[in-house]
Ligand binder design. Structure first.
Ligand code: 6GU
Length: 251
């Protein structure tokens, strides 16, 4: 790829996990390409690197009882000290955000993805088991902005799959990662409404027709039709996304 003398300002993402191989998909497709051309710099760190015992222990039983295991503060504290240090962050001091995926976090949304996409540096701390000893979060909060974030109302076995989801949603908003900026701007949620149905060639398939307005060449009529479809789909599937009182528009 010939970049010439263009200086590409990339986004840096660090991921800490006990399953670094989980992040192999970040080498595929759009993200793999964005990494190859320098738009994205992703480093995956194995939490066990910061253990000091023979068994490379990362968890222990919860204080106060209860099921499952809790991740130890020691490896997490040292991992965050190293990964979030000014050294590793020299040209983006003060611009680092720590994201901790957890089912008890703030719900992730398109709006958050937009905000994160403008940050020069994001660190994802992926916990397993019942979570990370909370003192790690308290200690990190003293030094950097920390967001505990959930991707939905269900429980995953760990933060890894959630981090993959968030990273894909965030990085596709970075200019240049997705080739067609218009398609990103028209996506569901970008407009505040769900995107309506889409069609391509041929005009007739198994007896089903592409809606004639889309072939009319009348751009105003097409825009109006797309808006009506988006409004109808949002009202039926996600009425919570419509501003209060806009249900009257649907009748
Ligand atoms: Cl971010 N982590 C886990 N473990 N479970 C989840 C989640 C995150 N979001 C929804 N469920």
């Amino acid at each position: 790829m010939a970049l010439g003398c263009v200086i590409v300002v990339g986004v840096r993402i660090d991921i800490i996990s006990i399953f670094p191989d989980y992040f192999a998909p970040l080498r595929q497709a759009l993200l793999g390409k964005a990494r190859n051309v320098g738009l994205l710099d992703i480093s995956v760190h194995d939490l066990r690197r910061w253990t000091h015992d023979l068994h490379r222990t990362v968890d222990d039983t919860p204080c106060g009882g209860g099921g499952g295991m809790v991740m130890l503060p020691q490896p997490w504290g040292e991992a965050l000290d190293d990964v979030c240090s000014d050294d590793a962050n020299s040209d983006a001091a003060g611009a680092l955000r720590l994201i901790v995926p957890t089912p008890s976090g703030t719900p992730f949304s398109h709006r958050m993805a937009v905000r994160y996409a403008t940050q020069p540096r994001l660190v994802f701390a992926c916990g397993r088991y019942e979570g990370i000893d909370y003192r790690v979060i308290e200690d990190a909060t003293m030094r950097m902005p920390v967001d505990e974030v959930s991707i939905g109302d269900y429980v995953l076995a760990g933060g890894e799959a959630a981090a993959l989801v968030m990273i894909e949603a965030i990085t596709r908003l970075i200019p240049g990662v997705v080739g067609n900026a218009t398609s990103v701007a028209e996506d569901s949620f970008a407009t505040g409404l769900l995107e309506g149905p889409v069609y391509t060639k041929p005009q007739t398939w198994r007896g089903y027709e592409v809606p004639p307005v889309l072939l009319s060449g009348d751009h105003a009529a097409i825009a109006r039709w797309k808006y009506e479809q988006a409004l109808h789909r949002t009202a039926t599937r996600r009425p919570d996304l419509l501003p209060a009182g806009s249900d009257r528009l649907e009748q």
